[in-house]
Design a protein around this ligand. Sequence first.
Ligand code: 5GP
Length: 206
Amino acid sequence: MTVSIRSFTKRRPGIVFIVSAPSGAGKTTLTRKVLSIYPEMSLSVSCTTRTPRDGETPGKDYDFVSEAVFKRMLAAGDFAEWAEVHGKLYGTPRRMLERRLRGGGDVLLDIDVQGARQIRRHYTSAVSIFVLPPSLDELRRRLAGRGTDARKTIDQRWNNARHEIQEIQGYDYFIINRDVDEAVKQLAAVIAAERLKVCRYTQKPR
Ligand code: 5GP
């Protein structure tokens, strides 16, 4: 294919950015801050069967659905990926994701390691980033300090974290969330660099 400067001023296909982290690593704060740097980027709103936490808004943080509704959507192929996390079901609505990507929009997926595996399989140019806490002790302190979850839930999440961290080997980038501003800078840098890859402009869209 022949390229010209014009090739790089055209719109390119949207990029899927996967951000995963053990619960309590500070991923929500991180993704919110990065989205304020790149307001043209959108955050995918997942469906979940878990109940809303205080301060969460249905339709904005999640679409909170019953297990029956989730399973119906799953059977209909409505999810680009889905997983059971901490005993609840979570899924990324496929139609919304495809629509945004076709329109050239970049989409950030805040999903767990199982979902990341499925997305990487289907969206081969997706970029995956794993956010680590500075240590497991610090993670436990953060989980307990949130005050939104029962002791049993904290134990379950902390134990899951130890397994989830092993999955980092399938990811493209890692960020240690010691200082949130520094972590935001690093995530923003990954996004900026990935957007400037030549292949994103010279390869045929999927
Ligand atoms: P939380 O219940 O604390 O909001 O999220 C728990 C975990 O589920 C987090 O690791 C989050 O990234 C993950 N999660 C949220 N939405 C989805 C989704 O649509 N798919 C998958 N696979 N994981 C999700």
